[in-house]
Design a protein around this ligand. Sequence first.
Ligand code: PGA
Length: 229
Amino acid sequence: MRYLIGNWKSNENNTQTKLWLETFKNNQPPSKIDLSTIVCMPFTNLAEANRYVAEFNLPIQIGAQDVSAFPSGSHTGGITAGMLSELIGFCLVGHSERRQELGEDSDMVTSKAKILLESSITPIVCIDEPYLEEQVKSLYTGKVAIEKCLFAYEPLLAIGSGKPAVPDDVERVAAKINFLTDSVCPVIYGGSVGEANITSFASLPNISGVLVGTNSLDPKTFVKLMSCV
Ligand code: PGA
């Protein structure tokens, strides 16, 4: 299976989401059976997006960008995996922006991955080299079913910078992730992926797809990327 995953971050309200999905519908390429196209969007858009995906019969799965590390109960503001399970099949965890801005660490990411799997949601675990081994070790120690996760290698300097990583480096780190995890889960690359460079990452032997931030906000660009994964 190949993966094209969009990460809208803190962008797009419900009106903009409907417009994005309508534009996608009017421009979509013929569907590819072995391509999983996932769009991770803000919590507030998930229900509406699901409605339109069904109504327009789009080859897209909706994902979230985070989940509470806690179960349901007295945790003000938390969106639990149980709540999300009616809406999504995939969820990002441990994006470096959350590590930097909110102090999330590997053990918290492990808790989130575990709680997602208990609700049958696939965690997309974001990792970078400085904490790659620590994160994998934490997942094993936390008894997370790693074979049910996806790993997204996202080098910090490549995110949102317009300066993607060097494909040889991506292949080296992806091979390391596969070595540490016995190659039981797909590894994708994220960081300034666009039309000009997507093939250089998607064609790497240890890479199963890409995670796209900025270039997922334009549905016409996103549709073009679908043909290149
Ligand atoms: P970018 O973001 O494509 O804008 O670099 C990727 C990400 O942070 O997931």
